[in-house]
Design a protein around this ligand. Structure first.
Ligand SMILES: O=P(O)(O)OC[C@H]1O[C@H](O)[C@H](O)[C@@H](O)[C@@H]1O
Length: 263
Protein backbone atom coordinates (compact mmCIF):
# COMPACT_ATOMS: atom_id res chain seq x y z
CA UNK A 1 0.00 0.00 0.00
CA UNK A 2 1.29 3.42 -0.80
CA UNK A 3 -1.11 6.25 -0.38
CA UNK A 4 -2.02 9.47 1.35
CA UNK A 5 -5.13 10.07 3.42
CA UNK A 6 -6.53 12.84 5.62
CA UNK A 7 -6.33 12.41 9.39
CA UNK A 8 -6.78 14.68 12.40
CA UNK A 9 -3.74 15.68 14.44
CA UNK A 10 -5.20 17.24 17.57
CA UNK A 11 -7.69 19.66 16.07
CA UNK A 12 -5.65 20.12 12.91
CA UNK A 13 -6.38 18.52 9.54
CA UNK A 14 -3.34 16.57 8.41
CA UNK A 15 -2.09 14.39 5.59
CA UNK A 16 -0.74 10.94 6.33
CA UNK A 17 1.80 9.77 3.78
CA UNK A 18 2.60 6.06 3.59
CA UNK A 19 5.14 4.26 1.48
CA UNK A 20 4.77 0.75 0.10
CA UNK A 21 7.49 -0.50 2.46
CA UNK A 22 5.74 0.72 5.61
CA UNK A 23 7.24 4.14 6.39
CA UNK A 24 4.86 6.96 7.27
CA UNK A 25 4.73 10.68 7.93
CA UNK A 26 2.01 13.03 9.16
CA UNK A 27 1.96 16.64 7.97
CA UNK A 28 -0.56 19.20 9.23
CA UNK A 29 -1.84 21.71 6.69
CA UNK A 30 -1.23 24.34 9.37
CA UNK A 31 2.40 25.19 8.69
CA UNK A 32 2.96 22.20 6.34
CA UNK A 33 4.31 20.94 9.63
CA UNK A 34 5.77 17.42 9.66
CA UNK A 35 4.71 16.22 13.12
CA UNK A 36 5.51 12.52 12.92
CA UNK A 37 7.95 10.39 10.95
CA UNK A 38 8.31 6.66 11.33
CA UNK A 39 10.53 4.47 9.19
CA UNK A 40 9.43 0.99 8.22
CA UNK A 41 10.56 -0.19 11.68
CA UNK A 42 7.61 1.75 13.17
CA UNK A 43 9.75 3.81 15.59
CA UNK A 44 8.90 7.50 15.93
CA UNK A 45 11.92 9.73 15.14
CA UNK A 46 10.49 13.21 15.78
CA UNK A 47 9.69 14.87 19.09
CA UNK A 48 6.41 16.72 19.57
CA UNK A 49 5.60 18.27 22.94
CA UNK A 50 2.65 16.90 24.89
CA UNK A 51 1.96 20.55 25.83
CA UNK A 52 1.90 21.85 22.24
CA UNK A 53 -1.25 23.61 21.10
CA UNK A 54 -2.71 21.66 18.20
CA UNK A 55 -5.51 24.05 17.34
CA UNK A 56 -3.94 26.55 14.98
CA UNK A 57 -3.61 29.25 17.65
CA UNK A 58 0.19 29.11 17.64
CA UNK A 59 3.06 27.22 16.02
CA UNK A 60 3.37 23.53 16.89
CA UNK A 61 6.18 22.77 19.38
CA UNK A 62 8.06 19.91 17.78
CA UNK A 63 8.25 18.11 14.45
CA UNK A 64 9.64 20.20 11.63
CA UNK A 65 8.46 23.83 11.62
CA UNK A 66 9.08 25.54 8.27
CA UNK A 67 10.89 28.81 8.98
CA UNK A 68 10.34 31.51 6.33
CA UNK A 69 10.96 34.40 5.52
CA UNK A 70 13.03 35.27 8.60
CA UNK A 71 15.01 33.28 11.14
CA UNK A 72 14.23 33.90 14.84
CA UNK A 73 14.33 37.66 15.45
CA UNK A 74 16.76 38.45 12.63
CA UNK A 75 14.36 40.77 10.84
CA UNK A 76 11.44 43.09 11.44
CA UNK A 77 8.71 40.51 10.89
CA UNK A 78 7.16 37.76 12.94
CA UNK A 79 9.60 35.62 14.95
CA UNK A 80 10.71 32.71 12.69
CA UNK A 81 8.37 34.01 9.96
CA UNK A 82 4.80 33.23 9.04
CA UNK A 83 5.12 29.94 7.13
CA UNK A 84 4.75 27.86 10.30
CA UNK A 85 1.46 29.57 11.21
CA UNK A 86 -0.07 29.78 7.73
CA UNK A 87 -2.40 27.19 6.22
CA UNK A 88 -0.87 25.43 3.22
CA UNK A 89 -2.54 23.41 0.43
CA UNK A 90 -1.80 19.93 -0.90
CA UNK A 91 -0.53 20.50 -4.43
CA UNK A 92 0.40 16.98 -5.46
CA UNK A 93 0.74 13.52 -3.99
CA UNK A 94 1.87 10.09 -5.09
CA UNK A 95 3.65 6.97 -3.91
CA UNK A 96 5.13 7.87 -0.51
CA UNK A 97 5.14 11.63 -1.04
CA UNK A 98 3.10 14.80 -0.91
CA UNK A 99 3.85 18.37 -1.96
CA UNK A 100 2.44 21.28 0.04
CA UNK A 101 2.12 24.79 -1.35
CA UNK A 102 1.77 28.30 0.05
CA UNK A 103 1.52 31.53 -1.92
CA UNK A 104 1.10 35.11 -0.87
CA UNK A 105 -2.55 34.95 -2.00
CA UNK A 106 -3.15 32.18 0.61
CA UNK A 107 -2.17 34.46 3.49
CA UNK A 108 -4.64 36.32 5.69
CA UNK A 109 -4.62 40.04 4.84
CA UNK A 110 -2.62 41.08 7.92
CA UNK A 111 0.23 38.67 7.12
CA UNK A 112 0.25 39.48 3.41
CA UNK A 113 0.38 43.17 4.29
CA UNK A 114 3.29 42.74 6.66
CA UNK A 115 5.41 40.99 3.99
CA UNK A 116 4.15 42.41 0.68
CA UNK A 117 5.96 40.15 -1.81
CA UNK A 118 4.67 37.67 -4.38
CA UNK A 119 6.09 34.23 -3.62
CA UNK A 120 5.37 30.55 -4.09
CA UNK A 121 6.63 28.05 -1.52
CA UNK A 122 6.49 24.30 -1.87
CA UNK A 123 7.52 21.67 0.64
CA UNK A 124 7.89 18.13 -0.68
CA UNK A 125 7.82 15.39 1.96
CA UNK A 126 8.82 11.88 0.92
CA UNK A 127 9.30 8.75 3.00
CA UNK A 128 10.52 5.28 2.24
CA UNK A 129 11.76 2.39 4.41
CA UNK A 130 14.57 4.11 6.26
CA UNK A 131 14.68 7.65 4.88
CA UNK A 132 12.93 10.98 4.99
CA UNK A 133 13.47 13.56 2.25
CA UNK A 134 12.29 17.15 2.61
CA UNK A 135 12.66 19.72 -0.16
CA UNK A 136 11.74 23.37 0.25
CA UNK A 137 11.44 25.58 -2.81
CA UNK A 138 11.06 29.35 -2.69
CA UNK A 139 10.08 31.11 -5.92
CA UNK A 140 9.77 34.82 -6.55
CA UNK A 141 6.58 35.21 -8.59
CA UNK A 142 6.49 39.00 -8.39
CA UNK A 143 8.09 41.92 -10.23
CA UNK A 144 10.46 42.98 -7.43
CA UNK A 145 13.33 41.20 -5.73
CA UNK A 146 12.91 40.06 -2.12
CA UNK A 147 15.29 38.73 0.51
CA UNK A 148 14.51 35.77 2.76
CA UNK A 149 15.96 33.33 5.25
CA UNK A 150 14.68 29.79 5.72
CA UNK A 151 15.13 26.73 7.90
CA UNK A 152 13.64 23.32 8.60
CA UNK A 153 13.62 23.46 12.40
CA UNK A 154 13.78 19.69 12.98
CA UNK A 155 13.11 18.37 16.52
CA UNK A 156 14.69 14.90 16.70
CA UNK A 157 13.43 12.56 19.40
CA UNK A 158 16.26 11.25 21.61
CA UNK A 159 16.37 8.87 24.57
CA UNK A 160 18.27 11.19 26.90
CA UNK A 161 19.88 14.52 25.98
CA UNK A 162 23.13 13.87 27.85
CA UNK A 163 23.78 10.78 25.75
CA UNK A 164 23.36 12.55 22.41
CA UNK A 165 26.38 12.74 20.10
CA UNK A 166 26.25 14.96 17.02
CA UNK A 167 28.92 14.39 14.39
CA UNK A 168 29.94 16.59 11.47
CA UNK A 169 29.47 20.08 12.95
CA UNK A 170 32.80 20.43 14.73
CA UNK A 171 36.04 18.58 15.40
CA UNK A 172 34.95 15.55 17.42
CA UNK A 173 31.40 14.81 18.50
CA UNK A 174 29.21 17.55 19.98
CA UNK A 175 27.62 16.66 23.33
CA UNK A 176 24.89 18.72 24.98
CA UNK A 177 23.60 18.51 28.50
CA UNK A 178 21.64 21.72 28.92
CA UNK A 179 20.89 24.97 27.10
CA UNK A 180 22.58 25.14 23.71
CA UNK A 181 21.98 27.47 20.77
CA UNK A 182 24.60 27.70 18.05
CA UNK A 183 24.70 28.42 14.33
CA UNK A 184 27.28 26.37 12.43
CA UNK A 185 28.09 28.26 9.23
CA UNK A 186 29.08 26.66 5.96
CA UNK A 187 28.00 23.13 6.83
CA UNK A 188 28.42 21.07 3.70
CA UNK A 189 29.13 17.49 4.74
CA UNK A 190 26.97 14.85 6.27
CA UNK A 191 26.05 15.03 9.95
CA UNK A 192 25.19 12.19 12.28
CA UNK A 193 22.95 12.04 15.32
CA UNK A 194 23.40 9.22 17.82
CA UNK A 195 21.26 9.00 20.93
CA UNK A 196 17.86 8.09 19.55
CA UNK A 197 16.77 4.52 18.89
CA UNK A 198 19.25 4.35 15.96
CA UNK A 199 21.94 6.56 14.49
CA UNK A 200 20.59 9.03 11.95
CA UNK A 201 22.58 10.32 9.01
CA UNK A 202 21.66 13.87 8.00
CA UNK A 203 22.48 15.61 4.74
CA UNK A 204 21.50 19.00 3.39
CA UNK A 205 21.92 21.06 0.24
CA UNK A 206 20.95 24.64 -0.56
CA UNK A 207 20.86 25.33 3.17
CA UNK A 208 24.32 26.70 4.01
CA UNK A 209 24.14 26.48 7.79
CA UNK A 210 22.98 24.20 10.58
CA UNK A 211 21.52 25.41 13.87
CA UNK A 212 21.74 23.16 16.92
CA UNK A 213 19.31 24.10 19.67
CA UNK A 214 18.02 22.87 22.98
CA UNK A 215 16.36 25.25 25.47
CA UNK A 216 17.82 23.55 28.57
CA UNK A 217 16.02 23.26 31.91
CA UNK A 218 15.43 26.95 32.69
CA UNK A 219 14.19 28.08 29.29
CA UNK A 220 12.08 24.94 28.88
CA UNK A 221 10.36 25.69 32.19
CA UNK A 222 9.54 29.17 30.90
CA UNK A 223 7.96 27.85 27.69
CA UNK A 224 4.25 27.35 28.15
CA UNK A 225 4.05 24.90 25.28
CA UNK A 226 6.65 22.46 26.61
CA UNK A 227 6.62 20.28 29.70
CA UNK A 228 9.51 20.96 32.08
CA UNK A 229 11.36 17.65 31.60
CA UNK A 230 10.75 17.34 27.88
CA UNK A 231 13.90 19.23 26.92
CA UNK A 232 15.82 16.04 27.68
CA UNK A 233 13.89 14.19 24.96
CA UNK A 234 14.94 16.13 21.87
CA UNK A 235 17.59 18.05 20.07
CA UNK A 236 16.95 20.42 17.18
CA UNK A 237 19.34 20.17 14.24
CA UNK A 238 18.10 22.65 11.68
CA UNK A 239 19.30 23.01 8.10
CA UNK A 240 19.19 26.77 7.66
CA UNK A 241 19.92 29.66 5.34
CA UNK A 242 20.65 32.31 7.94
CA UNK A 243 22.02 35.26 5.92
CA UNK A 244 19.09 36.60 3.88
CA UNK A 245 19.31 35.61 0.23
CA UNK A 246 17.99 38.02 -2.41
CA UNK A 247 15.82 36.37 -5.02
CA UNK A 248 15.31 38.19 -8.34
CA UNK A 249 11.87 38.22 -10.02
CA UNK A 250 11.29 34.82 -11.63
CA UNK A 251 14.14 33.17 -9.69
CA UNK A 252 13.84 30.20 -7.35
CA UNK A 253 15.92 28.68 -4.53
CA UNK A 254 15.85 25.08 -3.35
CA UNK A 255 16.91 23.58 -0.05
CA UNK A 256 16.94 19.86 0.69
CA UNK A 257 17.21 17.90 3.93
CA UNK A 258 17.49 14.12 4.04
CA UNK A 259 17.58 11.88 7.08
CA UNK A 260 18.47 8.19 6.88
CA UNK A 261 18.19 5.63 9.64
CA UNK A 262 21.39 3.62 9.86
CA UNK A 263 20.86 -0.12 9.89
O1 LIG B 1 10.38 29.25 20.45
P1 LIG B 1 10.60 29.33 18.96
O2 LIG B 1 10.12 30.64 18.37
O3 LIG B 1 10.02 28.17 18.25
O4 LIG B 1 12.18 29.29 18.73
C1 LIG B 1 12.93 28.21 19.16
C2 LIG B 1 14.43 28.37 18.86
O5 LIG B 1 14.63 28.40 17.47
C3 LIG B 1 16.00 28.42 17.02
O6 LIG B 1 16.61 27.19 17.21
C4 LIG B 1 16.80 29.51 17.65
O7 LIG B 1 18.19 29.34 17.39
C5 LIG B 1 16.57 29.59 19.12
O8 LIG B 1 17.19 30.76 19.62
C6 LIG B 1 15.07 29.61 19.43
O9 LIG B 1 14.85 29.74 20.81
Amino acid sequence: MSTIDMVDYGQLPAVRIRSADGAQAIVTLYGAHLVSWQGADGAERLFCSAASRLDGSRAIRGGVPVIFPQFAERGTGMRHGFARVATWRVQESGAGFAVFALENSDLPAALAHAWPHAFALTLRVEVNGAALALALKVANTGADAFAFSAALHTYFLVGELARVRIGGVQEGALQIDDKFDHIYRGVDGAMTLAGGSATLRLAQSGFTDAVVWNPGALDAAALNDMQDAEYRRFVCIEPALIEPLTLAPGAAWRGAHTVSIEP
